[in-house]
Design a protein around this ligand. Structure first.
Ligand SMILES: *Cc1c(COP(=O)(O)O)cnc(C)c1O
Length: 429
């Protein structure tokens, strides 16, 4: 039996693109005693969370919280709005888009998978013009929803959701717009209301810095209206009862009390830093990470500069190098976890997460681990990626301390005693 309590010294570097490292402040909040979810104390917590969570999605409309992983919120988005046999247009950005499509099939929907051929589609964001053209060729409006992954975690590519909205509007098509930003929320700019998204799906364990276990649906009035006609069947996921009870700060069934303590803390942390500042921090770290990969002379999975994810970077291996072997070396020698290549990209790349509770030095440590592991695996590196990232971070550094260093007078009593002692010693010498 391996000893499950064994952890090597120092912190494990959890650099997968979710779950991301959980800050101590959130871990402490989660450790408070579990309370009665029907009691008055819970109501205060519930109302506070439900008021603040909309600021993260940038919505005035309801955000439904489920005690489930992100996959549950995917299912909730489809089962609340669709009926068996409905056609849904899903865009293939990568592995997660593929999993959402499989779910749609299992639920008895007719997903149509749109995308560029082969791996090309996995290197770019959703092509809004393709979506527009497909919707224009659907005059009978058989397509009931357009589903897009905002931040494709398997590739490190984001999609322009505002452009997808525009495509739907240009085609004058009534389909709902559903967006998965499970790994984008609170890391990459996202605007549920402004971009006219009908259902936004998200989860706790990525940008929100929480453990896995809660997930979200932000719901537009149009999606809520559609849910009244949708007949696919739902009970646990049904929005109506949850939204009704949420008005008082409670849930129809037992919510994930301790994770909600953590969510409350996470919301405080993000809003204290400022959402835009959080986005800037992610953007800057992601540029530094790409600078390192380019200096190594390795290829980045995302080939469109406008779509680079601020959350993670997909690093392609040269021909003949097994990315999973590199990850294994790094894990075993340097206690760091990196994301594996998923689906079509298995073994071809690894993914560096730089999301959530991340800063300059956590990124640099991560890049050091990668650089050592790559060299140990015999990968020929063109240059020193760590040095290149340092240079970028140094050049773009701004003083960010909440409490700037002050000059303070340290009392000198002890020092004087020492001085007089040494003087005395000098005197006796
Ligand atoms: C993590 C992730 C999921 C899956 O969420 P789970 O919490 O693992 O169920 C779906 N989509 C994207 C884009 C993700 O990053």
């Amino acid at each position: 039996m391996p000893n499950l309590n064994f952890h090597p010294a120092g912190r494990h570097y959890l650099q997968i693109p979710g779950p991301s490292p959980v800050p101590d402040r959130i871990l402490r909040a989660i450790s408070y005693p579990t309370i009665d979810h029907r009691g008055p104390e819970f109501g205060v917590l519930g109302r506070k969370i439900l008021k603040d969570i909309g600021k993260i999605f940038k919505t005035q409309h309801p955000v439904v919280i489920f005690p489930a992983s992100g996959t549950g919120a995917w299912e909730a988005a489809l089962t609340n709005t669709m009926s068996r046999g409905d056609t849904v247009l899903m865009y293939e950005t990568g592995h997660f888009a593929t999993l959402w499509k499989k779910m749609a099939e299992r639920l008895g929907l007719l997903p149509e998978f749109l995308g560029l051929h082969g791996l090309e589609g996995w290197r770019r964001g959703a092509q809004a013009d393709m979506i527009e053209a497909r919707l224009k060729s659907d005059p009978q409006h058989k397509i009931k929803a357009v589903c897009v992954v905002h931040n494709e975690t398997s590739t490190g590519v984001t999609s322009d959701i505002a452009a997808v909205r525009k495509a739907i509007d240009s085609a004058q098509h009534p389909a709902l717009l559903m967006v998965d930003t499970i790994s984008g929320l609170a890391s990459a700019d996202y605007r549920h209301d402004e971009w006219g998204v009908d259902v936004t799906v998200s989860g706790s364990q990525k940008g929100l810095m929480l453990p896995p276990g809660i997930s979200f649906n932000a719901v537009s009035p149009k999606a809520l209206e559609a849910s009244k006609q949708a007949t696919i069947g739902r009970s646990f996921w049904a929005w109506d009862e949850i939204i009704e009870m949420n008005k008082t700060g409670y849930w129809p069934y037992t919510p994930n009390t301790n994770l909600l303590y953590g969510l409350s803390e996470a919301l405080d942390m993000i809003l204290e830093e400022g959402l835009e500042q959080v986005f800037d921090r992610h953007r800057r770290l992601s540029i530094a990470c790409r600078t390192a990969v380019e200096a190594w002379g390795l290829e980045i999975q995302c080939v469109d500069a406008a779509c680079h994810s601020p959350v993670l970077t997909g690093v392609m291996m040269p021909k003949g190098v097994d990315a999973d072997h590199v990850r294994k070396l790094i894990y075993e020698h340097f206690n760091m976890s990196l994301g594996a290549g998923l689906g079509k990209l298995k073994g071809m790349m690894f993914r560096i997460g730089h999301l959530g509770d991340a800063n300059e030095l956590t990124l640099l440590a991560t890049l050091c681990g990668c650089q050592m592991g790559l060299q140990m695996a015999g990968v020929q590196l063109k240059g020193d990626g760590v040095a290149a990232a340092m240079k970028h971070l140094q050049a773009t550094a701004t003083a960010q301390a909440r409490h700037p260093q002050e000059t303070i007078d340290i009392p000198h009593t002890e020092a004087k005693v020492l001085n007089s002692q040494s003087e005395a010693m000098v005197g006796t010498a």
